[in-house]
Design a binder for this molecule. Sequence first.
Ligand SMILES: [Cu+2]
Length: 163
Amino acid sequence: MNKRTKQKDVRSKMIFSKGMIIMIAAAVVIVSIIVYFGMRSLTPVNGNSPVFAAPTNTFIKATYSPQSGYTFTSQSTSSGRNSLPVGYNSPTITLKQGELASIHMINEDTTSKHNLNIDAFNVHTKDLGYFQSQSILFVANKAGSFPYYCTIHPEMKGVVIVQ
Ligand SMILES: [Cu+2]
């Protein structure tokens, strides 16, 4: 091997390893982002560490009808103690103390934005437009009866019972 090809060989090796470093760095960044958002989505809004457990799901929708006005309406809930007929207005959400809960809210009202708040558990959705939805994970960490409500429509309210 003469001097010139040796130099070329070294240079191409360096370029290759630089590319590898960039690829590894990019992979690390991507994995970190995935882990960060994964951890964040597993962290209850009233907790500070991720919880690896299946939550009790409650599905609720915001609706409007000329008869009942703006209301929260039961969409469907997990089976058993928390099951309510679909379409039930201002459903009471029943949870067990200490359990992980996920509330899934969807706005099915074409006429207005809505949000859902449970102050006791730091649950606050964004103002959701038509057919926007948001899920919030929280821990039902205290027993009692707590209101949930929409800040835009004071008449939209219900109760969360933790027992
Ligand atoms: Cu509302």
